[in-house]
Ligand binder design. Structure first.
Ligand code: FE2
Length: 290
């Protein structure tokens, strides 16, 4: 065993002042206290899951992957050492800031800051309450959701996430896109969530295409879609169902640029899972609206 889930996500934005409306009123995340200049949100019992700070670009700043035990934590260190990937131990200041028992820090092949930690603070003494009534997000052993990365270095990225962090290929979407004629979207899991990481060989100014949050019911997806439209947030892809993880979802553009997928009913990986290939990303819907 290595990592068990995506535990927290740090984002930077050029439009921090627009994020509270987006993250609280549209997505329904719960704001919690944070250091000056930072916005932090809960989506479950964990003390925080998403952090947003002002920065020169709208992108992923760091991703925190959870090791469920100290043995798993040590296993990640052994893998990194064997692969010649340099890492350092998080100092006391960073442990306090991230609200974890211990962590290590290193970079993935395209320079994204990766942290592996164990022992996150929970805040069960204050129940998770969505400011707009979302009846909870699907997290627990499946982590906070998923991220989809764009990279021109897919072979190195693939090797890193599989060999260093222990991800397993779920499936591939072989998509005709015009130029180049086709691209393969690759999806990787580290728990029952169909994918915690997706990646595609696409060059954009940012590395993060989107992150995804999953609710427990269809109504919460529908209400969020209405709140996006009511608050003037661009819906980039309308409601649809993905071919591979079967998630019923829509996509919105966050302040500054990257997208957020908001969905429900993703398929769970089980012991009978087999790698398949699809030639379309969606069974129905997900029509581009911009
Ligand atoms: Fe997604």
């Amino acid at each position: 065993m290595t990592i068990s889930c995506l535990g927290y996500l740090g984002l930077t934005t050029t439009k921090l002042d627009e994020w509270p409306t987006f993250s609280e009123t549209v997505l329904g995340m719960m704001p919690v206290s944070a250091p000056d200049g930072e916005l932090r949100y809960r989506i479950d019992d964990q003390a925080w899951r998403i952090s947003i700070t002002a920065g020169p670009e709208d992108d992923i700043a760091y991703a925190g992957y959870e090791a469920a035990s100290t043995a798993d934590f040590e296993d990640v260190k052994s893998r990194l050492t064997a692969m010649g990937i340099a890492f350092h131990n998080g100092d006391e200041h960073l442990k306090r800031k991230r609200q974890v028992t211990d962590l290590i820090c290193f970079k993935d092949p395209q320079g994204t800051n990766i942290e592996v930690y164990y022992g996150p603070d929970l805040a069960t003494e204050v129940p998770f309450t969505s400011p707009v009534g979302v009846k909870g997000f699907k997290t627990a052993q499946q982590g906070l959701g998923h991220i989809f990365l764009l990279s021109t270095e897919i072979p190195a990225l693939r090797q890193f996430y599989m060999d260093a962090l222990g991800f397993t290929l779920s499936d591939i979407i072989h998509m005709p896109l015009g130029t180049p004629e086709s691209v393969d979207l690759e999806f990787y899991h580290c728990n029952k969530r169909h994918h915690t990481i997706g990646m595609a060989p696409v060059k954009l100014p940012r590395k993060l295409h989107h992150f995804m949050l999953e609710t427990h019911n269809l109504d919460d997806v529908g209400y969020a879609l209405d709140r996006a439209r009511d608050n003037g947030i661009p819906v980039t892809m309308g409601l649809g169902k993905h071919t591979n993880d079967r998630m019923i979802s829509f996509y919105v553009r966050s302040p500054g640029g990257f997208e957020v997928e908001f969905g429900y009913d993703g398929v769970a990986i089980d012991e009978h899972w087999r790698i398949t290939r699809h030639t379309s990303a969606s069974s129905w819907g997900h029509r581009r609206t911009e």
